[in-house]
Design a protein around this ligand. Sequence first.
Ligand SMILES: [Zn+2]
Ligand SMILES: [Zn+2]
Length: 91
Amino acid sequence: MLKKKKSYKSKTEFFKEYNKYLKSNDWKMRKKEFIRMADYKCETCEEEDKILHVHHLHYRSLGNESFEDVLVLCISCHERLHGRKFRRNMI
Ligand SMILES: [Zn+2]
Ligand SMILES: [Zn+2]
């Protein structure tokens, strides 16, 4: 489901850039806006009052995402989707 951008030399290089981006204020502001647009609910189970993650459906629009490019998920749905556990502070 996740498509890698061809312009990156390696997966490692991509994830380095990606992780840097996830820590940027730019993304933090965008993320807040997406969560607001999702009505502060997980888009899968409609769980409220939880820490919400914003999952990228693809990375083609990285840095310029629209609401269609992401999924607002609670931690359990996000973990289920990736098939692995996240640290609480890792969003
Ligand atoms: Zn959920
Ligand atoms: Zn994700």
